[in-house]
Design a protein. Structure first.
Length: 682
């Protein structure tokens, strides 16, 4: 399969060549990295990176090369990953860098794939890991966690030194992929603690172009300007909400163009109510995000389903509001590694971060690339935006945002069109978002959009429409089609559904009612108009799709026992089933077709109904799922070659349980398996 390279063109990470004859390194100049209030600058060129979060320790090591390539093909130009302390030092003094915990091997993969990496070092990460990634044994040391307590910082120093053994020689200055590091996560105390972490990192040997922190919540005392770039986030919904109703929280604000960079909805279970403010001076940094919702994990008590349009709308709004780095959390889902002392998922009964019960194994996150590397709808939906950021980043980055609609709209407000303009030097882009999760926004009629002194023809903007229109860009005076890409002198536009395409050239020629002709035939001069489907796959040659789907035999061998009582735990949300509760589950035997358990990319898809389900092989738990109306998936290539039978356990759904299910889920009491299929991954 031919791979599309759409990473930063000047970021050549293979900056040292080894002579086959001498074995000596031939140094090559490493690209310079700088930043100002607008953007990153690589060798003096402004960039608008796309950063995708993936957790290396949640993916089998032999899958890393293919998955990093798929991220790059999706338009990701920078990768972020947590280094979970509890994944590498679950037992005090015993560090594990083996298998899928092998950070150095992962970084070597990223170097080969020319993918810059931001390491999120902790010590606290969250990431829906037990104790937020802090090992249980730390809680028994009598020190104050996430503080300047000397005992705690001594253990952090040991952690950072261990991480550095994996990073040494792979930092940016060495021609390696590690371009930045984040300290702690979602910290609200004094910036002195974050600076103490930075001093430890620098003393250890970290020497990176820039360092980051989460820009939410506001710190009680800021860090000195320039020491760490604040990065922000927004989500369409949150598993952490304690209420079990649809549409709770402040997530609706993420669908409105606004100058306020941060979110008051993230992590409300840990952070409580947050004021709409950032530290003084933070607006002088470039506007970057590190946690723009690429999906959402399901907790036991709250199981939101995220639509592809949710992800796309969030991204359009962030760009239109002035952001010059879109960082998705998550971009690639994963699978929790096995713990030696306990499971490594977040649970209410753990010593810290104990506000939700998460699945033991799965961390799919409904991300653009799922737990098993499957390309979900959002993967394709987001690609035109990523191509735009790559090809027009230098043009977009210095453009200021001008907000054309109110910035304080109420939930579901439908009185006006939401739009913004970014412009500079007579060129600009018009950003339109007529979408809000769970809101039925109406079509907006007779709309007059304008930028840079240019009026577009009056439009009807359909419900659920999101678009970016160019104004005075690359010979186009205006277009009512979305700007996507510019390669080899060719400009690619994407038709916006239900908006007639008009292209007015700066030479005065106007084309009306233009129809898509594809990437091979221009509609005028060097301008190409694509359908949404074609734009989502522009420059991407996918593996030929296998259409064969086979049904796996599934036999019920045991009825469910007595229903358990669903209680609320210490965090006042419903508790997930205990190991004892699973003994009362209904049991099914699944026979895997012989040619499906080989090392090929096929998925087991279990269409079931119930409260939650688990999949076992030879008594070992290999996958689990909290039911939310979608199939339960498993990558069959991860099974041993001789695997033929699996055991599926399902606990019945209890409609009166204090659990939020999405509107599409079947809320009927009981459990059943509707169908079990073997599907091609692609």
């Amino acid at each position: 399969m031919r791979r599309i390279f759409i990473a930063m063109p000047v970021v050549l990470l293979l900056c040292s060549l080894v002579s086959a004859q001498t074995g000596k390194e031939t140094p090559v100049q490493v690209p310079t990295v700088a930043w100002d209030r607008h953007s990153l600058l690589i060798d003096g060129h402004r960039m608008c990176p796309v950063m995708g979060e993936v957790h290396y320790s949640r993916i089998p090591a032999d899958e890393w090369p293919e998955e990093v390539r798929k991220m790059r093909e999706g338009g990701v130009t920078m990768l972020a990953t947590y280094v979970f302390w509890s994944h590498i030092e679950e037992q005090e003094g015993r560090f594990r860098w083996d298998g899928q915990r092998d950070l150095r091997r992962f970084l070597e993969v990223c170097r080969r794939e020319q993918m810059p990496v931001v390491l999120r070092l902790g010590p606290f990460c969250h990431g829906e890991v037990r104790n937020g990634g802090i090992p249980d044994w730390i809680f028994r040391k009598g020190c104050k966690l996430r503080s300047q307590d000397s005992v705690f910082l001594s253990y952090v120093g040991r952690l950072y030194r261990q991480i550095f053994t994996q990073v040494q020689g792979l930092q940016w200055k060495d021609g390696g992929p590690v371009i930045a590091a984040q300290f702690d996560n979602e910290y609200r105390g004094s910036g002195d603690y974050l600076m103490a972490l930075k001093r430890i990192a620098l003393a250890t040997g970290f020497d990176l172009p820039f360092y980051t922190r989460t820009g939410w919540p506001a710190l009680s005392k800021p860090v000195p300007f320039g020491e760490m770039l604040p990065l922000y986030g927004d989500y369409a919904d949150g598993f952490w909400e304690k209420e079990v109703r649809e549409g709770v929280g402040n997530y609706y604000k993420a669908f409105n163009f606004k100058g306020f960079r941060s979110s008051t909805a993230i992590g409300t279970d840990l952070l409580g109510r947050q004021e709409a403010r950032v530290n003084s001076g933070d607006d002088d940094y470039p506007y970057f995000t590190c946690e723009l919702g690429g999906g959402m994990v399901t907790a036991y008590h709250r199981r939101p389903y995220i639509y592809a349009d949710d992800c796309y709308s969030l991204a359009v709004v962030k760009l239109g509001s002035g952001s010059n780095l879109l960082g998705y959390y998550m971009y690639h889902g994963g699978t929790n590694p096995e713990g030696e002392l306990h499971t490594l998922n977040e649970v209410q009964t753990s010593p810290g971060t104990a506000n939700n019960d998460l699945p033991v194994v799965t961390y799919d996150f409904q991300a653009p690339l799922g737990e098993f590397g499957q390309r979900n709808a959002s993967y394709y939906r987001l690609r035109p935006l990523h191509l735009f950021m790559h090809d027009y980043g230098e043009t977009l980055a210095p453009m200021e945002a001008d907000f054309k609609s109110p910035q304080d709209l109420k939930q579901g407000a439908d009185s006006c069109l939401r739009w913004a303009v970014r412009s500079k030097g007579g060129s600009g882009f018009i950003f339109v978002n007529n979408y809000e999760r769970f809101a039925s926004l109406s079509a907006k009629r007779n709309v007059r959009l304008s930028a840079c002194g240019v009026d577009l023809p009056r439009l009807t903007v359909p419900a659920n429409c999101m678009a970016i229109f160019p104004v005075c860009v690359d010979g186009i005076r205006y277009a009512t089609a979305q700007i996507v890409s510019k390669r080899d002198g060719k400009v690619y536009l994407m038709q916006v559904k239900d908006i007639p395409t008009t292209i007015c050239l700066q030479n005065g020629k106007t084309l009306r009612g233009v129809k898509p002709k594809g990437a091979g035939t221009p509609v005028c001069n060097n301008i190409y108009l694509l359908s949404q489907h074609d734009a989502e796959r522009l420059f991407l040659e996918e593996t030929p799709r296998e259409d064969a789907v086979s049904e796996a035999a599934c036999t019920k061998v045991k009825e469910a026992g007595p229903l358990r009582t669903v209680r609320k735990g210490r965090a006042r949300v419903a508790e997930a089933p205990s190991e004892g509760d699973w003994e009362q589950a209904a049991v099914y035997r699944i026979t895997v077709p012989a040619d499906s358990a080989a090392k090929v990319r096929r998925l087991l898809s279990i269409a079931y109904h119930g409260d939650c389900a688990r999949l076992y092989h030879n008594g070992r738990l290999i996958a689990d799922n909290f039911y939310y109306g979608r199939p339960f998936l498993y990558g069959l290539w991860r099974l041993p070659n001789d695997a033929s039978e699996l055991e599926l356990r399902i606990l019945p759904l209890q409609p009166d349980a204090p659990i939020y299910l999405p509107r599409e889920a079947d809320r009927t009491a009981g459990e059943n398996v509707k169908r079990v299929d073997v599907l091609p991954l692609y």
